[in-house]
Design a protein around this ligand. Structure first.
Ligand SMILES: CC(C)(COP(=O)(O)OP(=O)(O)OC[C@H]1O[C@@H](n2cnc3c(N)ncnc32)[C@H](O)[C@@H]1OP(=O)(O)O)[C@@H](O)C(=O)NCCC(=O)NCCS
Length: 279
C-alpha cells in the first residue's frame, strides 16, 4: 500500500541517495533549501513502511517548478511516480500557482502530458571539459558579489519572476562564486556551484545582453577552465546557445521544458537556468 507524506528533514539523506543513483550531483543543502522555502511542497512515497520515492517543488511567487521525481528502481511501474506528481500538483494548485513548470526526461514526457503539462521547449544541457593550461584566477572584468539585494532586484527586473527567497538562500551560500558584470549599475550576474559529481555547475546566469553574458562566461572559463563545467540553457534563447557554444561547451542530452497552467515567457535575459530541479 502506497502513502505519500510531506518530506521531513529526516528524509533528506534518503532523497539525496536517490539522486546519487541517478547521477544528478545534488547536495543535501539543495533539499534543505526546498524544504525551508516550502515545507509542504516536497513529498516522499512510502510503500510497506519503506521509503519508495520523492518529488520536490519550489515556488517563485505565483510560479512553481517541480523536480526530483524519482521512484526506487524496484518499485517502478506501480503508479507511485504519478501519485507523487498528483500530490505535488494538488498542493501547488491549492496555492493558486499560475503556472507549474518542469524539465522532463523524454521517457516521462507522455506521463506529464497526461497530468496536464504541455510542451514548451527543449531545455538544453551542455558540458565543457576541464582543460590544461594557466588560468587567471582573478579575472578583472567581473566582481564578486558585495550586495545581494542588488542582484535580487536585477533578477526580478530582467525575468519578471519573484525569485527573491530562493536566490537569497542560494546566494548566501555562494557569494564567493557569484560574479557580476557592471557598467555603472549591474548588467549581468552568474552563480557557479560545486556539485556532488565534482563538476562546477553554472547557473543561474541573467544578463541584459549577449555581450555581457559572453564576458561573464569568458571570466568563468578563465577562472575555472581547469574544472569540468555544466550549464542548462533554454533552446528558444538562441543568443544564449551561441554564448555557450562559442566558449567550447558541447551538447548533452536535453530535457523537455513543460508547463501546466498559463504559459509564461521570462527567458529573454536568461542565459543559464538554475538547474533541472529549480528551473
Ligand atoms: C519517472 C519515474 C519517477 C516514474 O515512476 P513510476 O513509479 O515507475 O511511474 P508510474 O508507475 O506512476 O508510471 C508512470 C509512467 O512512467 C513512465 N516511465 C516508465 N519507465 C520510465 C523511466 N525509466 N523513466 C521515465 N519514465 C518512465 C511510463 O510512461 C509510465 O507510464 P505507463 O505506466 O503508461 O507505462 C521513474 O521511472 C524514475 O524514477 N525514473 C528515474 C528518474 C527520472 O528519470 N525521473 C524523471 C525526471 S523528469
Amino acid at each position: 500500500m502506497v502513502t505519500i507524506k510531506q518530506m521531513e528533514k529526516s528524509d533528506i539523506a534518503y532523497a539525496k541517495s536517490l539522486t546519487d543513483i541517478e547521477g544528478w550531483g545534488h547536495l543535501e543543502e539543495d533539499f534543505e533549501r526546498f524544504l525551508s522555502l516550502d515545507p509542504a511542497g516536497c513529498y516522499v512515497a512510502w510503500y510497506d513502511g519503506e521509503r519508495a520515492g520523492i518529488v520536490t517543488s519550489v515556488s517563485y511567487g505565483d510560479r512553481a517548478f517541480l523536480g526530483n521525481l524519482i521512484v526506487r528502481k524496484d518499485r517502478r511501474g506501480m503508479g507511485i511516480g504519478v501519485k507523487l506528481m498528483e500530490e505535488a500538483i494538488g498542493h501547488l494548485d491549492r496555492r493558486r500557482m499560475k503556472t507549474i513548470e518542469l524539465d522532463g526526461v523524454f521517457k516521462a514526457v507522455q506521463t506529464y502530458r497526461l497530468l496536464g503539462f504541455k510542451d514548451k521547449y527543449l531545455s538544453l544541457r551542455f558540458a565543457r571539459q576541464a582543460s590544461e593550461g594557466s588560468f587567471n584566477k582573478e579575472p578583472n572584468s567581473v566582481e564578486c558579489v558585495q550586495d545581494i539585494e542588488e542582484i535580487l532586484s536585477f533578477d526580478r527586473q530582467k525575468t519578471g519572476i519573484d525569485r527573491k527567497d530562493f536566490l537569497m538562500d542560494l546566494l548566501n551560500g555562494q557569494a564567493d562564486t557569484t560574479y557580476i558584470s557592471r557598467q555603472r549599475d549591474i548588467c549581468g550576474y552568474v552563480v557557479t556551484r560545486e556539485r556532488e559529481t565534482g563538476v562546477l555547475h553554472i547557473g543561474p546566469m541573467v544578463a541584459g545582453d549577449a555581450s555581457t553574458a559572453s564576458d561573464l562566461m569568458t571570466a568563468i572559463c578563465a577562472k575555472h577552465g581547469d574544472r569540468n563545467l555544466t550549464i542548462g540553457v533554454p533552446c528558444i534563447h538562441t543568443a544564449a546557445v551561441s554564448v555557450v557554444m562559442k566558449h567550447g561547451f558541447l551538447h548533452r542530452p536535453p530535457s523537455l521544458r513543460m508547463f501546466r497552467g498559463s504559459r509564461m515567457e521570462y527567458e529573454r535575459n536568461v542565459y543559464a537556468i538554475v538547474s533541472a530541479d529549480a528551473g
